[in-house]
Design a protein around this ligand. Structure first.
Ligand code: C2E
Ligand code: CA
Ligand code: CA
Length: 554
């Protein structure tokens, strides 16, 4: 096998060296022994004073000398070999500790480097700051400009960071587009770190000029220190704790909208804990079907007639109570569960809405994340067929933020759905950045005026220039409008003066669950004729009732 013959096998080399050393030592001893008697004889022979020296002894002497030379050479070889091996080891260690692309430390080495610097800082009575840097949307840069441009940007970024750091600081690439550095500073003077970080932001704001393209970047930063702001050491924090805290501060910076930095604060830890609880709660809740549709009435503003309902998701969590979608929808989007969650809700809502009078519409909210699925429209239409729900009764609400992601996909999705009769509303209008161009070119059926504008109508003047502007825009584009957030009679009256509108809001009642809606519709005689027998809630028999309903339909 290879290892048996490997010249560098340390054991074999050491064995050889011990033998060589033994031979050299024995040779020296023998030289002393034989040299004592042979040398005088030889000298005498040379001077012509004696007989020939003993040939055996002379040979032994020469052999000794040869052995000593051999030993000496072996010794020199050995020292060279050791030096070489040490260099190779150092190189291997360096390679194991550095990132091959940027040549700064890697994740593995950073922990030890931080611990090391912390110990040195502690001896000098200084504080250390651990800083996590993460590029915003770097994946897009890789996707758009290719990985080699992405790599070049990372190398340049690393140089820019290094240029701002003091000599003793250690810089690492933790992976992908994530960097970290650790540095000392005089305790009680954290503002020096703030200054450095601000310089860093300025330096990164400079465009990255590559031969083919110029790339602009932003980054987010999280900071943690082992000292309190007053310069004292609160609870001692080791390297791993500092890294974890900087990570939480970074996460906070990302959540706050990126391109900014935060120092770690204790509240971030509880926030994150809460978030993690919600995250695992969502996974559990999905399996246990804890997500339920609630419904908010939509009314014809002029006549006050009920025209339909908007489905609003609620989470009935056994631990946390009834949770609003503002809390769980963004998290479900982030962890990739929004599709599954929404599908459960839509299926349930279609079952519920089948009981309502045929004239009543059902509106559902669709997240931008869901629209990334090119099969979204097909899947939705399939659900309608399965539930035997007429597409003309369904309305989907998408927000402006859907439009800047991929107008092409959204457009074809809208076309497929509209071809089948599904209506499409632009939700929360005015809060995003949709252009008039998009409004004109995308086939919307309705605009929903965001409740933040509608609530302005509550002011004593009863006027909101924005609502007025949106209403006239809708008229101009021939798009019907819905005003959301109608909370009281004042708002209602102000809106009535603006002409034909749909309205919804707490003035008409809080969103209620399927049973609440069923009771309301029964009282108003607006349950679907064939389903009056379903008027009394019968819990889990809903499914059976639907089956009966389906077979009863033509
Ligand atoms: P949205 O589409 O703007 O829904 C209207 C929100 O305003 C609802 O909050 C509703 O309860 C609230 N609201 C209704 N009338 C009034 C009023 O008179 N005054 C005030 N102050 N608020 C009113 P909710 O149910 O908490 O929903 C929040 C957001 O969550 C929704 O905003 C929608 O964007 C999203 N959402 C709800 N359900 C779903 C869903 O199934 N899927 C997705 N992707 N998003 C959903
Ligand atoms: Ca909505
Ligand atoms: Ca809305």
């Amino acid at each position: 096998m290879l290892t048996d013959h490997e010249p560098d096998n340390p054991l074999q080399a050491a064995e050889r060296d011990i033998i060589a050393l033994g031979i050299a030592a024995a040779a020296i001893i023998m030289l002393v022994g034989t040299g004592g008697s042979v040398l005088p004889q030889a000298m005498e022979a040379v001077l012509g004073e004696g007989g020939k020296p003993n040939a055996i002894l002379v040979n032994a002497l020469l052999l000794n000398i040869a052995l000593i030379i051999f030993g000496w050479r072996r010794y020199r070889e050995l020292t060279r070999e050791i030096a070489e091996r040490r260099r190779a080891e150092e190189r291997a260690q360096m390679l194991a500790a550095t990132d091959p692309l940027t040549h700064c430390l890697n994740r593995r080495a950073m922990l030890a480097a931080t611990e090391d610097l912390r110990a040195r800082a502690a001896m000098r009575g200084e504080a250390i700051a651990y800083c996590m840097v993460d590029l915003d949307n770097f994946k897009q840069i890789n996707d758009i400009h290719g990985h080699s441009s992405g790599d070049a940007v990372l190398v340049m970024l690393c140089e820019r960071i290094r240029a701002q750091l003091p000599r003793e600081a250690r810089l690492a690439r933790l992976g992908g587009d994530e960097f970290a550095f650790v540095m000392t500073y005089p305790s009680g003077h954290a503002e020096r770190i703030d200054d450095l970080v601000i310089r860093l932001f300025e330096s990164v704001a400079e465009p990255f000029r590559l031969p083919e393209v110029t790339i602009e970047l932003t980054m987010s930063i999280g900071l943690a220190t082992d000292h309190d702001t007053d310069g004292t050491i609160g609870v001692e924090a080791d390297a791993a704790t500092l890294m974890h805290r900087a990570d939480m501060a970074l996460y906070h910076a990302k959540k706050q909208g990126r391109n900014r930095y935060f120092w770690f604060e204790a509240s971030m830890e509880s926030e994150l804990k809460f978030r993690n609880e919600i995250e695992s709660g969502i996974r559990r809740g999905l399996a246990r079907r804890e997500f339920v549709p609630f419904y908010e009435q939509q009314v014809d503003l002029q006549t006050g007639a009920l025209v339909g309902f908007e489905m609003l998701a609620r989470w009935r969590s056994p631990q946390l109570g009834l949770i609003s979608p503002d809390i769980f929808v963004p998290i479900a989007e982030e962890i990739g569960l929004i599709n599954e969650l929404s599908e459960q809700l839509i299926e349930q809502a279609l079952v519920d809405a089948c009981e309502w009078h045929d004239s009543l519409t059902l509106s559902i909210n669709i997240s931008p994340v869901q629209l990334r699925d090119p099969w979204f429209a097909q899947k939705l239409l399939k659900k309608l067929v399965a539930a035997n729900f007429p597409p003309r009764r369904l309305e989907i609400e998408i927000t402006e933020s859907c439009l800047h992601e991929n107008v092409g996909t959204v457009r074809s999705m809208m076309m497929s759905l509209r071809n089948q009769g599904v209506q499409i509303s632009l939700d929360d209008f005015g809060t995003g950045y949709s252009s008039l161009e998009q409004l004109r070119n995308l086939p919307f059926d309705r605009i929903k005026i965001d409740r933040s504008f509608v609530s302005e109508l509550k002011q004593p003047t009863n006027r909101s220039r924005i609502v007025e502007a949106i209403v006239s825009l809708g008229r101009g584009l021939d798009l019907p409008l819905t005003a959301e957030g109608v909370e009281d009679e004042e708002i209602l009256n102000a809106l009535k003066a603006m002409g034909k509108l749909k309205a919804q809001g707490y003035f008409y009642g809080q969103p209620e669950d399927a049973n609440g809606v069923r009771a309301r519709l029964k009282a108003a005689g607006k349950l679907s004729g064939k389903r009056d027998d379903a008027a009394e809630p019968q819990g889990s028999e809903d499914g059976d009732m639907l089956a009966r309903y389906r077979t009863a339909r033509p």
